[in-house]
Design a protein around this ligand. Structure first.
Ligand code: FAD
Length: 308
């Protein structure tokens, strides 16, 4: 049986939950659909120190608090993986999950992004215990210590420079002998006296005890030489991937797969909004996801009103 809602939100991360708060508070019927537990990437975050109102809060606790807010005006959370979305003839949207079918006047896509993984032994074991994909989030935990940054593009070099202002020393490990990052970013990184570079080198394993990272094993891809490099942290910046399988048929993404919107969070399709990490933008954080979500929630209300 098809369930009908004014707004279907795909993804119950901070973006999806905040959009649910705004849309349901405006008296719309709202369902958030998620293929996992609500909270999104906040569930993978030990401590959040840059969300307004909290000097420090565990990611899982912030998820619980946002979930309580998002459901207080009647929005529902339902489990399911959205497989595709189709346009109905009456201007509504048909949303299909592996569990159920939904009809909605508007859809807010809040499916987030995934960090590209190195795929080496130790990477998953030490996630959140020394392996990180977010310097803005986790850099402060390594104050006074040595960290490794893996990558040579804009993000890697920008974040290496950011980390150099916090930690004792940064070693950039790059598999080529030149950086891909913009010249201005390279210039800043080369000028920092606590950033070193190891060229033509790939991380083979990430090592440590049961609690934390202690070293990386490196292989020079020109000479084959294997070395061990002591470090407390490994920041991996080899790229982000948008999570957009559910909207693949809609042609609302750019060539790299990020969803394109205007500043009202509207995609090129009437009634389809996109927010948070999955959107084409520069800074992917909890605060920016919830900012997008407030705008989309309010505009979903305006869109629903326009259909009356
Ligand atoms: P997400 O949080 O990624 O949520 C997307 C949701 O969509 C997920 O729950 C997913 O299951 C669901 N979904 C995807 N596809 C489907 C589908 N087809 N069907 C159903 N559901 C689907 N930011 C900060 O501001 N401060 C920090 O300290 C911080 N630390 C971080 C630490 C780590 C380790 C990581 C990985 C990220 C961190 N971030 C931090 C970034 C922050 O978590 C993200 O920017 C934020 O979660 C993005 O929110 P979102 O709602 O757009 O997407």
């Amino acid at each position: 049986m098809t369930e009908k809602f004014d707004v279907v939100i795909i993804g119950a991360g901070p973006g999806g939950m905040t959009a649910a708060t705004y849309a349901s508070r405006a008296n719309l019927s709202v369902v958030m659909l998620d293929r996992g537990i609500y909270g999104g990437q906040m569930n993978n975050t030990a401590e959040v120190e840059n969300y307004p109102g909290y000097s420090s809060i565990m990611g899982a606790d912030l998820s619980e608090k946002m979930y309580a807010s998002s459901t207080q005006f009647g929005a529902e959370y339902q489990f399911g993986t959205v497989q595709h979305i189709e346009a109905n003839e009456d201007k509504t949207w048909h949303v299909v999950t592996d569990m159920n079918d939904y009809q909605a006047n508007s859809v807010i896509v809040a499916t987030g992004s995934e960090y590209k993984k190195l795929g080496v032994p130790g990477e998953l074991d030490f996630a959140g215990r020394g392996v990180s994909y977010c310097a803005v989030c986790d850099g402060a935990f390594f104050k006074g210590q040595e960290v490794v940054v893996v990558g040579g593009g804009d993000s890697a070099i920008e974040e290496a420079t950011y980390l150099a202002g916090i930690v004792n020393h940064v070693t950039v490990v790059h598999r080529q002998d030149t950086l891909k990052a913009q010249q201005i970013l390279q210039k800043r990184a080369f000028a920092a006296d606590n950033i070193d570079f190891i060229w033509n080198t790939e991380v083979q394993t990430i090592n440590g005890d049961e609690k934390k990272v202690e070293s990386v094993t490196l292989k020079n891809n020109q000479t084959g030489e294997i070395t061990e490099h002591a470090t407390a942290g490994v920041f991996i910046y080899i790229g982000l991937l948008p999570v957009t399988e559910s909207v693949a048929d809609l042609a609302i993404t750019d060539q790299e797969g990020w969803i394109e919107t205007n500043d009202q969070m509207e995609t090129r399709l009437p009634g389809i909004f996109a927010i948070g990490d999955v959107r084409k933008k520069h800074l992917r954080q909890i605060t920016t996801a919830v900012g997008d979500a407030a705008i989309a929630g309010q505009n979903a209300y305006a869109y629903n009103e326009s259909l009356k």
